[in-house]
Ligand binder design. Structure first.
Ligand code: CA
Length: 227
């Protein structure tokens, strides 16, 4: 299916030219000629990318972007006037993915569109995968844990500890190692804080279901095993 681009540009000649080029490249193009109309269409969604002129009647491109970013993370390439350095900086701060300066070569625009689309597509695929052990599922992207489809409430620390253990399945993890990985700093205090949290975790993911994932390895630490 063709990727959909919303082109928000008040210079109709330029808009028509870009539309023809993008259509020729296989994109499906929709045009808006002022900021308000552009925002309305962008908020309705369904676009893979926005090409957004900064100098627009109705609502400036920067203001449009600021409002749109409250609800949408669609990739946005800003089109700025030559030397409008502030517009570029502000636009990038507001969450634009890239910018291109007028007048531009169509080849450069096409290249930037490809990069923005690829980058965004890549981010989706880069979501951390779920960690699974039998009925126990830890969804790292959504920070959710389930046992047999039943949600389990974990605190942040419990979640990080479980994630670390599941990522290192069957490996014996020392208390120091667990602190470093799940607490994220060189913890100077007592390592028995790990024992306390392991107990909390067992009470949530093992004991209620009559299973045993987290094993104590005497004198060494803890290990997570499938059951
Ligand atoms: Ca303009």
């Amino acid at each position: 299916m063709a990727e959909k681009i919303l082109l928000i540009e008040d210079e109709q000649k330029l808009a028509r030219f870009v539309e023809l080029e993008l259509t020729h490249e296989g994109y499906a193009v929709t045009k808006a000629f002022d900021g308000r109309m552009g925002l309305e269409m962008a908020e309705q969604g369904g676009f893979d990318l926005l090409l957004l002129d900064v100098m627009l009647p109705g609502l400036s491109g920067l203001e449009l972007l600021r409002r749109l970013r409250r609800t949408s993370q669609v990739p946005v390439i800003m089109v700025t006037a030559r030397d409008a350095v502030m517009d570029k900086v502000t636009g990038l701060d507001m969450g634009a993915d890239d910018y291109i300066t007028k007048p531009f070569e169509i080849e450069e625009l096409l290249a930037r569109i490809r990069v923005a689309l690829r980058k965004r597509g890549g981010e989706k695929q880069d979501l951390p995968p779920s960690l699974v052990s039998g009925d126990l599922v830890l969804d790292a992207a959504r920070r959710r844990v389930e046992y047999a489809g039943q949600p389990i409430e974990l605190t942040n620390r419990e979640f990080e500890l479980l994630k670390t253990l599941m990522e290192n399945k069957t490996i014996v993890m020392s208390r120091e190692k667990l602190l470093e990985k799940a607490w994220g700093y060189d913890y100077m205090g007592e390592t028995n804080v790990v024992d306390v949290y392991v107990r909390y975790l067992r009470a949530k993911i093992d004991d209620p279901f009559g299973v045993k994932h987290i094993h104590t390895v005497r004198g060494a630490g803890y290990t997570f095993r499938d059951i």
